[in-house]
Write a protein that binds this ligand. Sequence first.
Ligand SMILES: *Cc1c(COP(=O)(O)O)cnc(C)c1O
Length: 230
Amino acid sequence: MSIATNIESLQVDLKPIGVTLIAVSKTKSNEEIMEAYTAGQRIFGENMVQEMVEKYEALPKDIAWHLIGHLQTNKVKYIAPFVSMIQSVDSLKVLKEIDKHAGRHHRVIDCLLQVYIADEATKFGFDHAELIEMLRSHDFQDLQHVRIRGLMGIATNTENEKVIKEEFYELKMLFDGIKTSFFRKEDTFDTLSMGMSSDYNLAIEKGANMVRLGSTIFGKRIIKHYKNND
Ligand SMILES: *Cc1c(COP(=O)(O)O)cnc(C)c1O
């Protein structure tokens, strides 16, 4: 299967059920990305700031770039001019920094709050209590240049489907609760990003409306060890 046919068949499955496909292009070449682009894909996910900036500069400007990896505060300035969504907001500190740089560019940047759902100590994200505490804080309520669109989560890397389903279910319940408690009047709090190549069908079954697929589209990545991700 080619990249183009993978995109086309995924979109045939996902579009009618209202699930947005993020093509995760980390480590992939501009040529590979262009093959997906030519097949109609416009939203791409990257987890490293520098790699995203280089690809943004080289590739068509109607691509929407989503950051899906941990973001250090000192790197926000590089993506603030163009990033379409930051899915990996994992602290108030980084959110305030995004707000500051978005303001300088007269933008409002869409963000997802990353929630820690996996049974793995290495993953980033808020736990439930931290998330609620932040949403209640004045510091959070004062932000003007970020728009919280929903939640993102990464399930445990396991073959055990029951564990994965429980984690996705938990995140969906949290999403519904937070929407009711904090974003009742905001129609734009509408995005639940969960599911990667190995588990996206389970994620959709549990209520995801955005999935982030890399290897399903582009084939396996050459193993690369990042400092902050993976
Ligand atoms: C790499 C990555 C993905 C895609 O992983 P695949 O298994 O290749 O689909 C999705 N989400 C995040 C946060 C990632 O870092």
